[in-house]
Design a protein around this ligand. Structure first.
Ligand SMILES: Cc1cc2nc3c(=O)[nH]c(=O)nc-3n(C[C@H](O)[C@H](O)[C@H](O)COP(=O)(O)O)c2cc1C
Length: 243
């Protein structure tokens, strides 16, 4: 039989995840932006995978607050100028070797705009269509089985306190839903940027489950806000999410 697969050892395993721009507060009260994509969500929690020596985890572990700003696929021109930068005044050797430099103000260098948050000190990024205010709930040093690299990476669990979405992403007639046909996340795959294909790949059996059925996991740990109410004024019509 012909071999269809080969054994390889990839130096990175960036299989394709959305780009998150994490805003945190520096010790002097200024804001930092940390670009990352090792993030996933479950319920109203998010797990962030970060290099421990970066300014973002240093700020997050100290202040316990951040904003997860999601980039859309037309935002690469904001991202490239701040890519090889760090908010740590002393640039770690690994980053020096990769050509990184210290940047004290990534908002200025990127051209992005600060937008005040409601519940946490770090600002939101106005240009990002999705902005999630969050607080740290847990963290774990990764690679504890490898004495020479123990703790070089950290997994941080944050609780989403409040979600802001640009109005054009909302599903018509629903208080709390995103229209996946409108949400165009920026995806990083093996250090290159992609958007989603313009159309659905196929019809989804999972998509037949009503989203509100998942509320059993998310109802108790969110800060009460307009969108949590059973009925909200949605511009033209009063809408009710399905039971
Ligand atoms: C698109 C993109 C995705 C990235 N993903 C991650 C990631 O998931 N985890 C991480 O630690 N660094 C990631 N990086 C590298 C960080 O952005 C880099 O370490 C940066 O210096 C962090 O900034 P800070 O030190 O100011 O927090 C990514 C960079 C880019 C451009």
């Amino acid at each position: 039989m012909t071999e269809t697969h080969s054994i390889i050892t990839p130096a990175i395993m960036y299989w394709g995840t959305p780009v998150v721009m994490i805003t945190t507060e520096n010790e002097d009260g200024t804001a930092n932006i940390g670009l990352m994509s090792s993030a996933w969500w479950l319920g109203h929690r998010c797990i962030l995978g970060l290099l421990s020596a970066s300014q973002t985890p240093i700020n997050l572990l100290r202040t316990r607050t951040c904003v997860l700003n999601l980039a859309s696929d037309d935002m690469v021109h904001y991202i490239n100028p701040i890519t090889k930068t760090t908010g740590t005044p002393v640039v770690p050797q690994l980053k020096q070797d990769l050509g990184y430099e210290y940047c004290s103000d990534k908002f200025r260098l990127s051209g992005l705009t600060r937008q005040a948050s409601d519940l946490v000190p770090p600002p939101r990024i106005a240009e990002c269509p999705v902005q999630m205010e969050a607080e740290l709930t847990n963290s774990m040093e990764m690679m504890q089985d490898l004495p020479d690299r123990k703790g070089a990476l950290v997994a941080i669990e944050v609780k989403i306190l409040r979600t802001h979405v640009r109005n054009d992403l909302r599903m018509a007639g629903h208080a709390n839903r995103i229209d996946p046909d409108r949400w165009r996340p920026l995806i990083m795959s093996f250090q290159e940027f992609y958007g989603l294909a313009p159309r659905k790949a196929d019809s989804s059996e999972l998509g037949t489950i009503k989203e509100e059925n998942y509320r059993v996991l998310t109802r108790s740990d969110v800060v009460k806000q307009g969108g949590d109410m059973d009925k909200v004024k949605d511009g033209e019509a009063t809408v009710v999410d399905e039971e």
